[in-house]
Ligand binder design. Structure first.
Ligand SMILES: Cc1ncc(C[n+]2csc(CCOP(=O)(O)OP(=O)(O)O)c2C)c(N)n1
Length: 365
């Protein structure tokens, strides 16, 4: 008779602040009131930035844009747990995390506006360029962290990816290598429930992403990705472990994306509005943290209004600076990858120039 192997039940989701903002004071991370408010401020900047970016895309001022709305706690909480010298490897969706780690907002806008020439990161900002191919950055990050280990650099590398990326070989190769060589890397999965239109249950038969770490001898934690303090604490622990030379950690932050995958798809075609509303109204990360701050006596309506005004002024200025750079140069898509263009790519470039002639898009150079 065949034996049916019992599945291990999914572990609990690590959570510190409830939806109504209540928390056990004994369990809270040792943060100052200023740090709490700073976290809240960045969550609000991220959301407002995101909404403005979507609007700019609609007006033709940015290219395709991947919204992060709903994922602010996962991004801000994790980025806050890094020191300036730690390295961050984002995907295309981590605009909030990248700005917390020091990437100027106008530069993020330049990227989405196709301005490769303005996307050289400032000295000392440890954010790797955006990865659009799914999961490739896992390998880059693991290699980067391994180099740090060889050089005895006492720092951590954090790499972001989505639930869909865990179906790629790169994720598994990175996990395996990180596990065998005890690499100082934090593998941070934002499980936002969808890979474009593919829901979690079609992505993997595993109950959780976190449990995938077991096979590689890597420690993991499943955290409420809409609870900024829980995300912060889980990441801080993982980062410390990396500093101490105790190897990698996989973090699964359970969260939800409110909008379409990017401005190029329509999420109403693959999920119900009831499902989206359930997350928006019941589990919103910003609302939850605001309630927490209010309960702590750290926040009120007046401060909220002042912050809204500050953010508007900040974003107006960043957008103005970006627009002052003029239109992007489409020919740049052929640059920055090769010293000498391979024949095929050169042909494509020449064809592009020929087709564009008189087409209204300026090709400088
Ligand atoms: C190698 C590769 N294959 C396919 C794609 C097309 N693609 C873009 S985003 C995406 C889904 C990614 O989902 P997930 O990893 O969950 O991240 P999310 O976008 O939800 O943050 C796919 C398949 C790609 N960019 N790269």
């Amino acid at each position: 008779m065949s034996k049916v192997l019992a599945r291990k039940p999914a572990g609990p989701v690590f959570n510190l602040v409830d939806a109504d903002g209540t928390a056990d004071p004994q369990l809270l991370p040792p943060l100052t009131e200023r740090q709490y408010i700073e976290m809240y401020r960045w969550m609000k900047i991220s959301r407002e930035f995101d909404r403005r970016a979507v609007m700019m895309q609609r007006k033709g001022q940015l290219g395709t844009y991947p919204s992060l709305e709903g994922q602010e706690a996962a991004q801000i909480g994790s980025a806050f747990a890094l020191r300036k010298e730690d390295m961050m490897f984002p995907t295309y969706r981590e605009n909030g995390a990248a700005m917390v780690h020091g990437l100027p907002i106008r530069q993020i806008l330049h990227y989405w506006n196709g301005r490769a020439d303005h996307f050289v990161k400032p000295e000392g900002v440890n954010v790797f360029p955006v990865a659009v191919p799914i999961a490739t950055q896992v390998l880059h990050a693991v290699g980067y962290a391994m180099a740090d280990k060889f050089k005895r650099q006492n720092r951590a590398t954090l790499v972001y990816f989505g639930d869909g990326a865990t179906s790629k070989g790169d994720f598994h190769e990175g996990m395996n290598f990180a596990g065998v060589f005890r690499v100082p890397v934090v593998l941070f999965c934002q499980n936002n429930q969808y890979a474009i239109s593919v829901p979690y249950h079609r992505q993997t038969a595993s109950e959780t992403i976190a449990e995938k770490a077991d096979a590689y001898g890597v420690e993991s934690i499943r955290v409420d990705g809409n609870d900024v303090l829980a995300v912060y604490q889980a990441t801080k622990n993982a980062v410390y472990k990396a500093y101490l030379g105790e190897g990698p950690t996989l973090i699964e932050a359970v969260t939800y994306r409110y909008n379409s995958h990017t401005t190029a798809d329509d999420h109403t075609r693959y999920r119900s509005s009831t499902e989206v509303e359930k997350w928006r109204t019941g589990r919103d990360p910003i609302l939850r943290f605001r309630r927490f701050l209010e309960r702590q006596g750290l926040w009120n309506e007046n401060q909220e209004n002042l912050l809204a005004h500050e953010i508007q002024t900040l974003l107006d200025e960043e957008i103005k600076q970006m627009k002052q750079c003029g239109p992007s140069n489409p020919l740049h898509m052929f640059e920055y990858s090769y010293q000498d263009l391979p024949l095929k790519v050169e042909e494509q470039r020449n064809e592009f120039i020929a087709r564009r002639k008189g087409g209204g898009i300026e090709c400088r150079k």
